[in-house]
Design a protein around this ligand. Structure first.
Ligand code: ZN
Length: 351
């Protein structure tokens, strides 16, 4: 990566500037945060040059609080309760252990999964080099999300979802209480030349400006036991690739059975909130009633919703197999709903 030190006062297009665009003072709620003593460094991204603030602090002139910026990450962790901070320290150390050994599987879906070191397996599961999109792809491709632009990833950890969406063209901010985790995530994103903004802090201990984000989500694994199941079967069967493939298929079926069996529960992705100009193009029972009561809140202040530039829906040649899978695992009604939402998206100018 090309980089040079700079002391620019004009921070144009800076990822850090984005932070002040979205943040209010987390203590008094005033909209007067400024940078102090910032040291900037210029980075070359595919999108252009960006001045990143490596160190310094943000300050609120109204209530006098300051919060540090270290290693390109704003830290609000002083506001967190002790138990949350300690939990964050644990996860920071956990991921740092992998980072130091170039185990980047948790950082980047384009990297192989990391080995189950805690269980005495010191080698990674075979990796075919394809990005492990999975549920992350479903998130990016979801009709509610694919046309949005600025998104907040709550509990981003070391950033695999944040990085994935940023590569897809979303303008990403990642938030996590583990300071060391987000510092590692930021360092990794800089290495990979992906512009992402990370904040160390916790939900409930940070204040965002109204309508800062088009989409806010927390990405979590509900049936986490299934996550490593195929890998375990691979190891049990003398590291047979056939076993791994077969077990992965079985895990896919099991996952869908669980989803079908517990339809009331949200699986994997929780969309916490979203700013939209019009009603979502997917069926959501009860939303009409909410809209008639609170519809004005959904109105976007600008005339046109922003469309994120590189939304990539499933390519047309993959659609028949996708439709077939949906039909097998989820049935005709969800498939038709998906098709209907696709047509609406297309009619609204989706490409
Ligand atoms: Zn303040």
């Amino acid at each position: 990566m090309q980089r040079r030190a700079s002391q620019c006062q004009e921070v144009e297009g800076s990822v850090r500037q984005t932070t002040l665009d979205v943040l209010l003072c987390p203590v008094c709620g005033q909209d007067k945060l400024t940078f102090q003593g910032e040291q900037t460094e210029r980075f070359q991204y595919p999108q252009g040059m960006v001045d990143e603030i490596r160190s310094g602090q943000i300050a609120c002139p109204d209530c006098g609080v300051t919060f540090p910026i270290e290693d390109y990450v704003l830290s609000l962790i002083d506001l967190l309760p002790d138990d949350v901070r300690h939990d964050g320290e644990y996860w920071g150390q956990y991921y740092n252990w992998y980072y130091e050994r170039q185990g980047y599987g948790y950082f980047d879906l384009q990297q192989p999964t990391v080995p189950f070191v805690a269980y005495g397996v010191a080698e990674p599961i075979p990796f075919d080099g394809e990005e492990r999109g999975g549920m992350h792809t479903i998130l990016a491709d979801h009709p509610l999300i694919r046309n949005t632009h600025r998104a907040l990833d709550i509990g981003c950890g070391v950033g695999w979802t944040t990085l994935y969406l940023a590569r897809q063209g979303f303008d990403m901010v990642g938030l996590d209480p583990a300071l060391q985790s987000v510092k590692l995530a930021k360092r990794y994103a800089l290495q990979k030349q992906v512009p992402v903004d990370y904040i160390a802090g916790g939900l409930g201990y940070v204040r965002f400006r109204l309508a800062s984000f088009d989409t806010v989500f927390g990405f979590h694994f509900r049936f986490v036991v299934l996550d490593g199941l195929a890998d375990m079967i691979y190891l049990k069967n003398d590291r047979s690739i056939e076993s791994l493939r077969h077990a992965s298929d079985v895990v896919g079926v099991l996952n869908n059975v669980l989803k079908r069996s517990f339809p009331e529960a949200v699986e994997y992705v929780t969309v916490v909130g979203q700013k939209q100009r019009s009603l979502p193009a997917v069926p959501q029972p009860g939303l009409d009633a909410v809209y008639s009561k609170y519809g004005a809140l959904f109105e976007h202040p600008t005339s046109e919703p922003r469309r994120h530039p590189r939304a990539q829906p499933t390519p047309w040649w993959k659609l028949p197999s996708k439709a077939w899978r949906m039909l097998c695992y989820e049935g005709l009604v969800p498939l038709l709903a998906e098709f209907q939402s696709y047509l609406r998206w297309k009619r609204a100018g989706g490409r």
